[in-house]
Structures are given as structure tokens and as C-alpha cells.
Ligand binder design. Structure first.
Ligand code: ADP
Length: 229
């Protein structure tokens, strides 16, 4: 599903590499945490995965396609298969939960009928059916992130990537968000989560890829978040 081989990235021609020689692969159906201190390279790796930026050296394959060679017209198809979740939610605040999720379906050309059927189903999956018609600005942070999760899964992506999804939430809401991500994963979606949240990593006991200064320094099947970060 994802394969990095000798992957390097730097933001400017004469700058330092911020990712050095990354080598790992992620299989379909895995749940993987990417951990590391601020500046370790987690967001850069995620930007590469959605081809917001292009590898400098090495290969990065996603769904079997080499992203360095992917023509521009293919990028929307790649992104359609990746659901994104953000620390700051990135929702349309003055729209309802339903509208935010429906919008993500509309842009793929889904019919009104499909939207009417699927949005409530997905709202139910994240436990927010009763808030379908509340405006996002009237929802709590935890509820807003559940809208974010519903939006990420709505088009049945093969993979979800979540960048610090619990970064703005209290522990109770964080557990809830992680449990929903785990439920998506149990239904077959591959999930990648970048986080600082030691408690969540130790709670879920999933694979952990640890980055330090742009290098993979550990890759453990049932990792724990040990050591000072
Ligand atoms: P993390 O997500 O783990 O905090 P980042 O991927 O954001 O790490 O950052 C990795 C390194 O790349 C850091 O040294 C950061 O300063 C640098 N960096 C990130 N974004 C840019 C950018 N747009 N231009 C230049 N350097 C950047």
C-alpha cells in the first residue's frame, strides 16, 4: 500500500535533508503510528504521501504508483483514495455536520440520493447522527473531530492519514477519536496516525514508526511510546 525506498526530501536545493533514507512498507489493512518530536519529519512524510510535495531521491509508492513519476492529472485520483484528518479539523464552521460531509461527496460527483443515504450512515459510525444538522461552530472539539473522521471515511478511501488528530482534544475525546479510527481500521481501511500522544500509542498497541531528525530510528510491531520526546 505504501513503500518507501531510500526516500529523501529537502525543502530547498541547498538546504539540509529533512527526511533521510527512509525505508519501510505498510501493508493493506495496517494501523501505524508515526511518532517523533516536533520537526522530526512527520508532516513532511504525510505531504509526500498526498503528493503535495515530490521526493527528491528514492522512491515512494502509494497504491503501487511511484509518486515521483506520477503525472499531475493522476494526483486527484490518488487523493480521492486517501482520507485526511487534521489537528485543527479544517471544517466549514458555518455549515452543519451533514453539509461538511456531504460536500466531500459532492466533489466526487455523487448523486443527491447517494449522499442522502451514505452521510447518515457515516454519522452513525462516528456517533454523531443526533448532531447531523448542528452547525460545526456549535459543536465541541471532540464532536468536530468526529465530523472530520466522518468526512475522511465518506468516500471509502483505501487509507486514512491523520496528522495529530487528538492534538487539540482532552483525554476522553482522544480515546473516542482513536477508537473510531480503530473501528475504521477493523473494517479494512489502512490507517496512519502521526502523534505526540504517548497515552494513545500505548493504549492501542499498534505498529510504531519512530522518526528522529528525519530518520527512521525504530519500527516496532506492537510499539510503546518510550523515551523522552
Ligand atoms: P513534524 O511534523 O515531525 O513536526 P515537519 O515535517 O513539519 O516535522 O518538519 C521537518 C523539518 O522540515 C523541520 O526541520 C522543519 O523546520 C522543516 N520544514 C517543514 N516545513 C518546511 C517548509 N515549508 N520549508 C522549509 N522547511 C520546512
Amino acid at each position: 500500500m505504501v513503500e518507501a525506498k531510500g526516500l529523501y526530501y529537502r525543502y530547498s536545493k541547498n538546504g539540509d535533508y529533512v527526511l533521510h533514507d527512509l525505508n519501510f512498507s505498510i501493508e493493506r489493512g495496517e494501523f501505524v503510528f508515526v511518532i517523533g518530536a516536533s520537526g522530526a519529519g512527520k508532516s513532511t512524510l504525510f505531504k509526500l504521501l498526498i503528493r503535495e510535495i515530490v521526493p527528491i531521491k528514492g522512491t515512494l509508492k502509494v497504491f503501487g504508483h511511484d509518486l515521483a513519476r506520477m503525472p499531475r492529472y493522476r494526483v486527484p485520483y490518488l487523493r480521492r483514495n486517501i482520507g485526511m484528518v487534521f489537528q485543527d479539523f479544517r471544517l466549514l464552521e458555518d455549515r452543519t455536520a451533514f453539509e461538511n460531509i456531504a460536500f466531500a461527496m459532492q466533489v466526487t460527483g455523487a448523486s443527491r440520493r447517494e449522499i442522502k443515504r451514505r452521510v447518515p450512515y457515516v454519522l452513525e459510525m462516528v456517533g454523531l447522527l443526533d448532531k447531523a444538522h448542528s452547525r460545526v461552530c456549535d459543536l465541541s472539539g471532540g464532536e468536530q473531530q468526529r465530523v472530520g473522521l466522518a468526512r475522511a471515511i465518506i468516500n471509502r478511501p483505501a487509507m486514512i492519514i491523520a496528522d495529530e488528530p487528538t492534538g487539540n482534544l482532552d483525554p476522553d475525546n482522544s480515546y473516542e477519536i482513536m477508537n473510531i479510527l480503530r473501528s475504521f481500521n477493523m473494517r479494512g481501511t489502512t490507517v496512519l496516525v502521526a502523534t505526540h500522544d504517548q497515552e494513545m500509542v500505548n493504549y492501542l498497541k499498534k505498529r510504531v514508526i519512530r522518526l528522529e531528525k528525519g530518520r527512521v530510528v525504530a519500527d516496532e510491531a506492537k510499539g510503546v511510546y518510550a523515551g523522552a520526546l
